[in-house]
Design a protein around this ligand. Structure first.
Ligand code: R1P
Ligand code: URA
Length: 287
């Protein structure tokens, strides 16, 4: 029977991500777009000696490749954009994977000036920036709400961080446009001051994108079956999902420049290799 609480089809496939037990590994690299997933899939062990590789696209556009990297099972999952898609992805893969999980997001981001085009940022913390709809209804309060920071998994963050990588606080925004301070004359966005507000509130602010906070947040409240799922202040003593992110700087907002597509593709392969390497090599307590 399909329940309304957590719908899965008769084969056990979750309703949006479309995966069932055995189709997704407990070590995952998640990306935004399918082309990046294809680039990363080329880095996986190739199909010799009949080693099968699983590929699946759900009707909602979640695209999964499962194979091995250096002999260890890994999945690459393209989820699209935004915190809601990250929420679907993390919850639905968690539901069909046994035991501890490690998830690294390989994404792109903009920077307000503390980094340069083509830099890699591994944010040790992330906040969410959300539009305050009441401000646009009433004119009262702030137009955007900034949360407190949530941290990545320390060990995993260190593993992903290589010599050239920058760190800092990432702002995960609920829009590419309004809450990232892009000016658009078609809408009232009240966002001229948002980047300065971020810099003032969080001096370590370095990057803006649209998913990482949700990944860190869900990891921070994930619990092993015997963990404390009730007292959120106590936090799950042993999170069942450990998370980090590596983000390529595609937009320099201070210099108003966007990365060249060819440069971005080279970057994706290099960062992909580093991320897959840390996913399989440096994380000790994952099956
Ligand atoms: C916007 O262009 C998209 O790029 C960033 C943002 O978070 C948003 O999803 O990440 P990805 O490159 O991973 O999609
Ligand atoms: N992704 C974002 O969300 N913002 C940028 O400026 C670049 C990539």
């Amino acid at each position: 029977m399909i329940t309304a609480n957590f719908p899965v089809d008769p084969d056990g496939r979750t309703h949006h991500v479309g995966l069932k037990r055995g189709e997704v590994a407990n070590r995952i690299v998640t990306v935004g777009d399918k082309a990046r997933a294809h680039t990363l899939a080329l880095l996986l062990d190739q199909d010799t000696a009949g080693r099968a590789r699983f590929v699946h696209e759900s009707p909602r556009g979640f695209y999964t490749v499962t194979g091995t990297y250096q002999g260890i099972p890994v999945s690459i999952v393209a989820i699209g954009m935004g915190m809601a898609m990250m929420d679907f992805f993390v919850r639905e893969v968690r539901a069909v994977v046994e035991g501890p999980m490690v998830i690294i997001r390989l994404g792109s981001c903009g920077t307000s000036g503390r980094a340069q085009l083509g830099d890699i940022i591994v944010p040790d913390q992330a906040i969410a920036v959300t539009r305050n709809y009441d401000y646009f209804l009433t004119g009262h309060g702030e137009a955007y709400h900034l949360t407190k920071p949530v941290a990545c998994d320390v060990q995993l963050g260190q593993a992903v961080r290589a010599a050239r990588v920058k760190q800092g606080l990432n702002a995960t925004c609920d829009s590419f446009y309004s809450s990232q301070g892009r000016q658009n004359h078609d809408f009232v966005d009240a966002n001229r001051g948002i980047i300065d507000q971020l810099k003032r509130t969080y001096p370590q602010f370095i990057s803006m994108e649209m998913e990482t906070f949700m990944l860190y947040h869900l990891a921070s409240v994930s619990a092993m079956p015997d963990g404390d799922t009730v007292n959120i202040l106590a936090r799950a003593p042993q999170p069942s999902v450990r998370a980090a992110a590596a983000m390529m700087v595609f937009a320099d907002r201070a210099g108003d420049q966007f990365i060249d597509r060819a440069v971005a593709q080279q970057l994706e392969t290099a960062v992909g290799q580093a991320v897959l390497g840390s996913l399989v090599a440096n994380v000790t307590d994952t099956a």
